[in-house]
Structures are given as structure tokens and as C-alpha cells.
Design a protein around this ligand. Structure first.
Ligand code: ADP
Length: 470
């Protein structure tokens, strides 16, 4: 089940942690387990029943059935309830439905630990959907010695999504509001802030995003809370799974390539532009956008920016789904320029691999971007990002300055004119194949793996465990 970057993280971080060498982990032996909802679309050949758990909701008890499977060396627990298995998508537009599913999931996960008789030293939750597990853990610690040694880490992937509007459900599940005085009143019965207040450590998915959380305009009203939590807030950039995202071993792309055979990358472009009936000139640049259709991503700036280019409109492919208004915007652009623009209104992982391999330039005009994975994947495929200078984009893209090779083009502010100007600069450099190739080589040779970030997470876990022991 994948909607965006969180799925990449859930798949890759546990694996990277388990792969940490003994020189990093020392006397610690990691046993990382992943717990996810068992959506009906998850297609598994083998999984086994573990146990049933019950979660109290009002005067009812809701049954959740727990299964397990293995992905490599990771044990994955899959939690199924009647309501979760009915869900056709990971997120819905209905706050109540999502609230109900994710609160139930979070509480059931804590119950499962007890049934397993496996008290983890660290509970690591992500975003509002699992923040309630941390809030509840903090309460259980005083009531049940089983949970008293478990420390908590909450990673923020996207702060504006807080899970607001579920006060009634919190009451039904017997969850009192947070009593953290540093939280503004409105936030005390909202899942993400409730988890943030209770967490032993808060991680933002890049250093710049961690800083931005303390600023007025990107903190969604929690700037003073974050400032007060300064010592327990840190930034760790996400990585990508370099086994899955590897142009030399990617069976989903037309032609495999690497830095030593970079000229073969073009075969992927030729195949795509032919397939979608775009301008067949193989030397012309191909611009791609791969991401959710969301105002956060600045998709609405793409039509204006492309139409204002100083040269002319180049082949561009937009892959994404989400906000119907933005989808309509992109559809219109395609209708206006059928030979130049292709809008692929689907979520299709296999197709995204082909586009990263085919693209010369990745468009990423995000209004804010906690970390961003699309730019990391694109750089690994030699597809050079033109991206807004914000959050994780600032931390992961080395801006091309003058003649010194960078790995992409950053612009600010996030506006159509600034975006156009950055695309113009990239297109100009694209006309100098030698310089462009250097940028591609630098981008492709940069390490975007989870190795370093997994080490940083490990250091946090270890510090929390050792603090608990002292
Ligand atoms: P976010 O998590 O905010 O959506 P990221 O850049 O962190 O953004 O991660 C997006 C991930 O989802 C990338 O792996 C990207 O390739 C993938 N993705 C986004 N939209 C699509 C789509 N329509 N089809 C296939 N993959 C997509």
C-alpha cells in the first residue's frame, strides 16, 4: 500500500536499521518490527494468525485480528478489523472514518505488544495516524509496568495533517485530552499534537524542516510549543531504498544504465515519448512531474511556469492523482498542448520508475516539503530536479552555481515566475551536454541511501534507552 513517501520510509528504514553493522550498533542487537493496517488490497502469499486483541470503544469491544508475515528479516504485523478491511484507500476524505481507523489501529498495536509479551525499548510512530499510540503509551506507563520501559519517538512527515475533528472519537475510545500546558488549548484534543506532547523525542524529516517548525508560517500554530521542545526536536533526512531505486538493476525500465553507461538513459526517453505520442525529437529535454496532486506540491504553478518559458514548450509528462481541481488544471494543459504535454492521472509505481529513468528534469515546485523523496529518486536516475528551496529540498539538492556542478536547481520564492526562471536556467545548461552530464554524474554518485539516517535514528534510540537506564 503506497500513497506517498511514508510508504517508502516504512519499507526502507526498518531494513536499513537491521543492516547497520556491529561497528555502529556495538553491544546492541536490533529487533525491528513493523506494524501496519491489513488493508484488503495487501496481496500476500503467506501470513500467519498471531492473536485477536480487543479495544474498548464506548461500551463495545472492537475486535482486531493480528497476523504476521516476514519481509526479508523484518517481522511485519498486519492488523485487521472489520472497518479497516472495508477501507478501499489508505486515506479518505472523511475525518471521522480515518480517525476511527487510525485510533483503533494505534490502540490495537499497543495491545498486541502485550499479547506478544514483547515490550519494545522504543516505539517509533509516524504522523498523526499513529500519534495516539504515543499518547496512550505515556498514560499506560503509570498504570502497567509492562509498558514502563518503552520510550517513544514520533516522526513528523507532514505537520499540517494533524487528524483534527475527532474529539468525539477520542472520548469514545476513552482518551483524555493532553494536559500539556505548552500546547495551545485547541491542540490538546488533536491526535498529532497529543502525540508530540507525550513523545520522548520528536524527529522532523529534515534539518531545515525541523528549523521551519519553529517559525510562525510553517508551524501551524505550534511554533512556541516546538521552541519549548527544542532539545527533544531534531531533523533526520529520509533516504531511499537504493535496491528498489537503482537504474542499473531496475527491471521496470526499458533500458538499464548507470554512470558508466549514462548515454543509454536516452533509450528510456525515446520509448516513453513514442508511447505517449509526444514530440519525437530525442535530443529535446523531457520534463516530468511525479507526485501527489496537492497544493502543497505547487502543481498549480506548473501550467503557468511552462507556458512562460523563454524558448518554447518542451515535452512534459505529469504523473499524479489527488485534488480533482488540480487534476482538471493538468487535464486542460494537456488538451491545449496534445503533442507536448501528457497528463497521466493515476497512481502507478511501475510507471514512476519509467518516468524517473526517462526524464531529464524533475519539476518539484513544492510550497513546503518536509523531506521529499521524488527528488532523491530522480537524482539517482540522473533526472535533475528544479525544485523550490524549502525544507528537505534545501537539504538534499546541491544548487548548481555558475560553473560548479551541483545536483539540481533551487528557486525561491515558490512562485510561477521564480519557477519559470529556474527551468529556463536548467534548459540553458541542458544545451551544454558536457556540463549537464557533470551535473547528472554528481547527482547519481551522491549517497541517498538510508545508511546515514538509519545511524542517526539508532543514535536517538540508544540515547533514549541509556537515559532510561541511568
Ligand atoms: P509525499 O510523501 O509528500 O507524497 P514524497 O516526495 O516524499 O512526497 O514521496 C512521494 C513518493 O510517492 C515517491 O516515491 C513518488 O515516486 C511516489 N508517487 C507520488 N505520486 C505517484 C504516482 N502518481 N504514481 C506513482 N508514484 C507516485
Amino acid at each position: 500500500m503506497k500513497v506517498g513517501g511514508l510508504a517508502d520510509v516504512a519499507g526502507a528504514l526498518p531494513k536499513a536499521l537491521m543492516d547497520l553493522p556491529a561497528s555502529v550498533t556495538g553491544s546492541y542487537q536490533l529487533d525491528v518490527r513493523l506494524c501496519i493496517p491489513f488493508y484488503s488490497q495487501i496481496d500476500l502469499n503467506s501470513y500467519e494468525f498471531v492473536t485477536d486483541v480487543e479495544v474498548r470503544k464506548g461500551n463495545k469491544r472492537v475486535k482486531v485480528v493480528c497476523y504476521k508475515t516476514h519481509v526479508g528479516r523484518i517481522i511485519v504485523y498486519l492488523l485487521r478489523s472489520k472497518q479497516i478491511s472495508k477501507q478501499k484507500t489508505v486515506y479518505s476524505a472523511d475525518v471521522q472514518k480515518d480517525g476511527d481507523n487510525f485510533i483503533l489501529f494505534s490502540l490495537a498495536a499497543l495491545e498486541l505488544l502485550k499479547h506478544l509479551d514483547w515490550p519494545p525499548e522504543i516505539l517509533h510512530a509516524n504522523d498523526w495516524h499513529t500519534a495516539i499510540a504515543i499518547h496512550k503509551l505515556a498514560r499506560l506507563k503509570d498504570l502497567d509496568p509492562f509498558y514502563s520501559h518503552t520510550r517513544s519517538v514520533l516522526t513528523i512527515h507532514n505537520l499540517p495533517f494533524m487528524g483534527a475533528g475527532v474529539e468525539n472519537l477520542l472520548q469514545e475510545y476513552g482518551l483524555p485530552a493532553s494536559n500539556e500546558k505548552r500546547l495551545p488549548e485547541w491542540a490538546r484534543a488533536v491526535p498529532l499534537p497529543m502525540g508530540l506532547a507525550a513523545a520522548d523525542k520528536i524527529v522532523a524529516v529534515s534539518k531545515t524542516y525541523a528549523k521551519e517548525l519553529g517559525s510562525e508560517n510553517k508551524s501551524c500554530g505550534l511554533s512556541s510549543f516546538f521552541k519549548s521542545k527544542n532539545t527533544s526536536l531534531t531533523g533526520i533526512v529520509n533516504g531511499i531504498d537504493t535496491d528498489i531505486w537503482d537504474p542499473l538493476n531496475d527491471y521496470l525500465i526499458t533500458q538499464k544504465y548507470d554512470v558508466c553507461s549514462l548515454s543509454k538513459k536516452n533509450i528510456n526517453k525515446v520509448s516513453i515519448i513514442e508511447e505517449y505520442g509526444l514530440d519525437p525529437d530525442p535530443t529535446a529535454p523531457l520534463l516530468v512531474y511525479i507526485g501527489r496532486m496537492d497544493r502543497q506540491k505547487g502543481v498549480d504553478l506548473i501550467p503557468a511556469a511552462l507556458s512562460a518559458l523563454t524558448t518554447h514548450l518542451w515535452n512534459s509528462i505529469i504523473l499524479g492523482s489527488g485534488d480533482p481541481e488540480l487534476e482538471a488544471f493538468c487535464r486542460e494543459l494537456e488538451i491545449d498542448h496534445p503533442l507536448k504535454i501528457k497528463f497521466l492521472n493515476v497512481f502507478d509505481s511501475a510507471l514512476s520508475h519509467r518516468l524517473y529513468a526517462a526524464g531529464d528534469i524533475l519539476l518539484m515546485p513544492s510550497r513546503y516539503e518536509p523531506c521529499g523523496l521524488s527528488q532523491l529518486i530522480a537524482m539517482r536516475y540522473g533526472c535533475i530536479p528544479v525544485a523550490a528551496d524549502t525544507g528537505g529540498l534545501h537539504d538534499t539538492i546541491l544548487h548548481v552555481k555558475g560553473k560548479s556542478a551541483g545536483t539540481g536547481f533551487l528557486f525561491s520564492p515558490t512562485s510561477a515566475p521564480a519557477f519559470t526562471s529556474a527551468i529556463n536556467t536548467a534548459l540553458k545548461i541542458y544545451q551544454s551536454p558536457k556540463i549537464w552530464r557533470n551535473i547528472q554524474l554528481k547527482a547519481m554518485c551522491t549517497d541517498y541511501s538510508w545508511k546515514r539516517s538509519a545511524q542517526s535514528y539508532f543514535s536517538i534510540y540508544r540515547a533514549l534507552v541509556e537515559k532510561g537506564l541511568s
